[in-house]
Design a protein around this ligand. Structure first.
Ligand code: ADP
Ligand code: MG
Length: 221
């Protein structure tokens, strides 16, 4: 589903070059789940951006759904992202001018996978029944992030990438939102790469890796 092979990434900063990822390799098979841990600034988000084709590596190869990401022109990469990937970030990333149901269905439409029955089912699973016509600002933080998860999964992508998806929520809400995310991942059988600080989140996943000084280490969750 996703493979990074000997990936290197350095950012140019006013203080000089900053080596963020060094010789990073990982594979995620269809339906598998992987937690990525590591200190703040260790390069987790950079790795996720590269995996999503939102940024390109300096060296190395990234394949998504069997396609070499760097070799594609950006419009094709964007299409691959829409069809193969769900993305969830710490910030909720909803469209403020669209209602709950339209936020959900827009993403599916963009991937040409709009399915009204699946959207209705998702709304119910997200605990947002009866709120279809609300706007994001009329939802609580937890509800907004549940909607963002639904939006990512609306096109039924084979891979979900989540970057600290509960980082902006209080502890109780975070636990509920994570449980929902993992339960929807199981239901849709999509592969999952999740950046998290929580050993409790990592524990039930197939594997856990830790980024340290730009390199990947096996980590006990
Ligand atoms: P994490 O998600 O693990 O906290 P990041 O991947 O966001 O870490 O960042 C890793 C390092 O790279 C940090 O030192 C950060 O400041 C730096 N960095 C991230 N993105 C850029 C960028 N676009 N330009 C320059 N430096 C960056
Ligand atoms: Mg980060």
């Amino acid at each position: 589903m996703l493979e990074l092979r000997q990936v290197h990434k350095t950012f140019v900063t006013p203080q000089g070059p900053l080596k963020v990822l060094e010789d990073v390799s990982l594979r995620l098979a269809a339906g598998q789940s992987l937690a990525l841990m590591g200190e703040s600034g260790s390069g987790k988000s950079t790795l996720l951006h590269l995996a999503a084709g939102l940024d390109l590596p300096d060296q190395g190869v990234i394949t998504l759904g069997g396609q070499n990401v760097e070799s594609l022109p950006e419009p094709t990469r964007a299409k691959l992202r829409r069809e193969q990937l769900g993305l969830v970030f710490q910030q909720f990333h909803l469209v403020p001018s669209l209602t709950v149901i339209d936020n959900l269905r827009l993403q599916a439409r963009l991937a040409h996978r709009d399915d009204a029955d699946w959207a209705d089912h998702l709304i119910e699973r997200l605990g947002l029944s009866g709120m279809e016509k609300r706007y994001p600002e009329q939802l609580s933080g937890g509800q907004q992030q549940r909607l963002a998860i639904g939006r990512a999964l609306a096109p039924r992508p084979p891979l979900l990438l989540a970057d600290e998806p509960t980082g902006n929520l209080d502890e109780t809400t975070a636990a509920e939102v994570l449980e929902l995310l993992l339960s929807l991942v199981r239901e849709t059988q999509c592969a999952l790469l999740i950046v998290t600080h929580s050993p409790q989140v990592a524990a039930p996943l197939d594997r856990c890796l830790c980024l340290s000084h730009g390199r990947l280490l096996d980590a006990a969750p």
